[in-house]
Write a protein that binds this ligand. Structure first.
Ligand code: TXA
Ligand code: MG
Length: 300
């Protein structure tokens, strides 16, 4: 990475594709490898909060509290940028995304590198994020310099993103750390993102999507939908496999276990080359917020 190389590494959420966040050339190569538009901001990763906060020019109490409680961990803070965060990592915005991951391999890499590492998820732009080194190779093998192996990502979906650069905290992307956990620490409400929030690629419709068209189907309609489509479908559901369907993955009813397996399951079903992937609609409760968010994007 010091020489501008692209290094995929494990984090507790998903694998990241890392490079020197202070090098315009390295970040340009990184965007090109992913096929990502150059005006999208990227999260900068650090070994600890002290280093991360050097990249912000204002560190509100809210940021200090959340960092103290949740870093290292699956949380990204958007803060007003300092001069360290240049246009090529902020997408030209006046804010920067900062994260201190907890995965031991990520931590060691970041500690030894010693400064900010720009790292989007290590997938081709618009595709499902990788939760294993094999997924990274599938998407990017010939386009990057190295993949660090670190097993399956424990959380399985991308970090929670909260924007602290404005008057009130705004949730930009739900994740394993919930809005309610953060509100408890802050003692104030976190707003849901609306159209005035800064643009971010995670906010684009049809992101995190498999190649096969995917759709959400309520449990009671699953059977009829399979029959209607002449069984040429792959299914991701809570219930037991139906013998008419060859590619069926049964998912856990517990949201953390579900999140951990979701992207590997979508990749596997995508590989079955069916006409469609039917995904059983998850519960409406708050603990499924982050999963519903990813599924609604996967189903466009
Ligand atoms: O869990 C994660 O966050 C993973 C791992 C590798 O750390 N990274 C990740 O990065 O998901 P990426 O680039 O795939 O998604 C980052 C999201 C994007 O939607 C990006 O636009 C948004 O964060 N973002 C980054 N900086 C931002 C900023 N200054 N303002 C608003 N959104 C920002
Ligand atoms: Mg991504």
């Amino acid at each position: 990475m010091r020489a501008g190389g692209l290094v995929a590494f494990p984090t507790e959420t998903v694998y990241g594709l890392g490079t020197d966040a202070s090098s315009a050339a390295a970040v340009a190569r990184l965007y090109a490898a992913k096929g990502r538009p150059a005006d999208h901001p990227v999260i900068v990763h650090f070994a600890d909060a002290a280093r991360a906060f050097e990249w912000a020019r204002e560190i509100p109490q809210t940021a200090k509290k959340l960092a103290a409680r949740f870093w290292p961990g699956p949380l990204t803070l958007i803060l007003k940028r300092s001069a360290r965060a240049q246009n090529f990592v902020t997408g030209g915005q006046d804010s920067v995304g900062l994260r201190v991951p907890s995965h031991p391999v990520a931590r060691q890499l970041l500690r030894e590198f010693g400064d900010g590492v720009a790292a989007p998820s290590a997938n081709l732009h618009g595709r499902v994020s990788p939760t294993a080194a094999a997924h990274v190779r599938e998407d990017l093998e010939k386009r990057i310099d190295l993949v660090l192996e670190g097993g399956s990502s424990e959380v399985g979906i991308e970090s929670t993103i909260v924007d602290l650069s404005g008057a009130a905290p705004v949730l930009l992307r739900p994740g394993a750390i919930s809005k309610f956990q953060m509100e408890e620490i802050l003692g104030e409400k976190i707003l849901d993102k609306n159209s005035t929030s800064p643009r971010h690629s995670g906010g684009l419709e049809r992101h995190y999507a498999p190649k096969t068209p995917a759709l959400l189907v309520p449990a009671h309609a699953l059977d009829a939908e399979i029959a209607r489509r002449g069984n040429a479908v792959a299914v991701l559901a809570f219930s037991r496999p139906d013998e008419r369907v060859e590619s069926w993955i049964r998912m856990p009813r517990e949201p953390r276990a579900y999140a951990q397996r979701l992207y590997a399951a979508l990749r596997e079903l995508d590989g079955a080359r069916c006409g469609a992937i039917l995904i059983e609609t998850p519960p409406e409760t708050a603990e499924w917020d982050a999963i519903r968010d990813r599924l609604s994007r996967a189903t466009g």
